[in-house]
Every structure is written in structure tokens, then in C-alpha cells.
Design a protein around this ligand. Sequence first.
Ligand code: HEM
Length: 403
Amino acid sequence: MTTTTVPPRPQVTSPEFVEDPHKYYRIMRDHYPVLRDEASGYYFVSRFEDVARVYKDSEAFSNENYGFQMEPVIGRTVIQMSGREHTINRKLITPALRGNYLEELFPEVDQIARDMVAQFPESGTVDLIEDFTKWFPINVIVKMLDLPKDGLPKFHDWYSSLMAFLANLTNDPEIHEWGMRTQRDYPAYILPIIAERRANPGDDLISRLTQVEIEGEVMSDERIKALIGLLLIAGGETTDKAIASTIKHLMENPDQLEAVRNDRSLVQAAIVENLRYHPPVQIILRTATADVEVSGEVIPAGSVVGVVNGAANRDERRFADPDKFDIFRTDISTQNAFLGSADHIAFALGRHFCIGSLLAKREAETAINLVLDRFPTLEYADGFEPKDVGLFTRGPDKLVVKL
Ligand code: HEM
């Protein structure tokens, strides 16, 4: 008789888990496809099919959790809305992120990246994160909103505080206080700017938002404030981590790095494979609106559900050899990867599918091409080893390379 030992139930908030989440994701998929975490009381779902279902079934799994994850810091935004309200509010930002304005922004995106890379020193070392990827996406949003550049460190602090706030599974009081500081400081900064644009509109996104009408009503300053806050958060750290992780994984696979260097049409495949292999947003929350069965377990109504993108994208039930970073894999569509029909789960799925995915794609393509051009051999500084950090969002904290 053979006996199979079932590994112990992983603890999502434990230091071991954060050190090596993929080890525990596998245990979750195989043995605890719905894992109730003791510390938070949340139910974590890890198989590809289940995660996709949670995202697509917005009746059974709502976004109302953003009411406690985000609203206290920046206000109510499209990300927590549903039904008609969501449709209308999403339409407001569609031209900027999916339509004509986006095409107009692309040359500026490229120029921002070129200027940043041109500032690298001639020799020595450079941290591709601190000196480039951390600030590049915020620079782009700042350009889109036409905000003063001296606000950059503040924006970074604000979105970092919000990211920490929304992932505060253990209710750390310091993180709560950091979020509350942002709640005070961010409106004090942005509301006068919105008022000024309303009075003297230009052609930036803030001005455009002051002029649009929703069902005969203009958007209030409060609404615009919240939406801009969301853009800063949603478009900053996510894209930073997507670019940095792609570079890291190419460096770990020198043959693939060489292939991409020699055939730049492969840059997109590398970005897509990285989104699968290591999505910047590893976990997203939802709320069960009724008792609902997932993989044989009942999740009670009102429970918070953690959908684990990072685990779903390595599900061997869906992808061949999922722990292998392989830009040539054939079980993922590179063409659809930035659209609602994507077959990886890095931008979510369903109604809230990331509206900034096309901007993120352009930013990542531009950044990676520039890095390949600037570094004919891409090598870490002597003694440097990259390390991934984070639970909800995850990526390397530094990438120190030789010039
Ligand atoms: C690689 C980079 C990015 C990743 C991995 C990413 C990931 C995501 C994910 C997972 C969601 C779904 C959230 C949910 O359903 O709860 C989302 C939504 C969203 N993202 Fe992104 N994002 C990225 C880049 C961007 C950029 C550049 C912007 C804009 C500047 C942006 C703006 C948004 C907005 C506004 C939403 C809410 C859409 C809605 O609720 O309908 N994202 N993103």
C-alpha cells in the first residue's frame, strides 16, 4: 500500500512563504486549491481554471474589497465599481489608455526612456531599477497628466504607501498610518492643480477629465483626484516590475537573451513570457457575494478571496513545464497577451482587465530595447545577486549591472 503525505497547510503571511512563494503555490494548487489563511481569514485560490473563473464571474465575486483596500486612501474609483457605473467610468479613461491619445503619447514615452538611459554614467555600475525602471513609468504618467516633475518622489511615496496599504494582510499599524498620511497629503497637493486646470484647461488628461460629462454631469474634483491616484498606483510599480523582471529572467537565460538581442521582434515574447512566469501583481482580492463552491470547497458569502495570479500562471494543468522561463513556448498567445482575450493571468480577466496594458507594453518594449542597445554585454556587478521581494506585488529590489 502506498501512502501519500500531504504537506502542511502553507501560511501565506509567513516569512518562508514570502521568501519562496512558488514552492508554496505548488502545494496550494495540488493540495489546498482553496486555502483559508489563518492570519487574514482570506480564501486563496491558486489553480488557473479557478482563478480565471473568479475574475470572469463578477456576480459571484465582486470588487467591493477595494472599499477597504483603496478607498480610504485615495477615494472611490473605477476599480471598485460594478455594472453600469463601472462601464461609464471606464469609458472616461479609455481614450487615454486605449484610444487616440495613447498613440499621441507613444513618441513621448520613447523620449522619456531615451533621456533616462542617456543619463547613465560612462563606466562603473548602474542599478537598472533605482536609475531607470522605478521612475520611468511614473515619468510617463506625470507627462500624461502634465504634473510638475519635482513631485516624483512624493508620487512614489504615495503609491508605495497605497500598495502597502492594500496588501496589509496583518493590519500592521505603521502601514495603516503611512496610508493615512497619503490620504491627507495627496489631496492637498492635487486638488489645487485640478481646480486650476478646470479654470484654464490644456490638453493633458487632467484638463480633459475636468471637461467631460457623465450623463449630463461634469466629474467632480474629488472623482478626478481619485482617478488620478489610481493611475499613479496602477501604472507605476506594476510596469516597473514587469520591465525589471523581464531583464532579470533574460539574464538568467543567456541563450534566450542572445536570441532577443539578435532578433528584436522577440522582445514582445520575452515580456509576455515574463508576465506569465512572474506576474508583477501576484495576488488580487475579490469578495464572495454568496456562498460559492470552488474546487469542491464552499467559500462563505462575504469572504475575501485572494486570487493568486502567480500560482495560476504556473499551473501544470494549463502550461507545459510551467516553471521553465521559455520565450519560445507555444502554449501562450503573444498577440493576445495585452488584450481581454489574453491566456495568461497578469492583467486579470473579465470586466476589470487592465486598461493600461497597451501603455505597459509600449513602455516595456521601449525600455528593454534601450537596455539591450546600451549594454552590449549585460552582466551583474561583481558580487551582486538579484533578489525578488514582495507578496502582492513581486519583483527584484535591485539590478546592479556593469557599464
Ligand atoms: C505590466 C504592468 C501592469 C500590470 C501587471 C497591471 C495589472 C493590473 C491588474 C491585475 C488589474 C486588475 C485589478 C482588479 O481587477 O482588481 C489592473 C487594472 C487596472 N490597471 Fe493595470 N497593470 C499594469 C499597468 C497599468 C498601467 C500602465 C496603467 C495606467 C497608467 C494601468 C491602469 C489600470 C487601471 C485603471 C485598472 C482598473 C481597470 C478597471 O477596474 O476596469 N495598469 N491592472
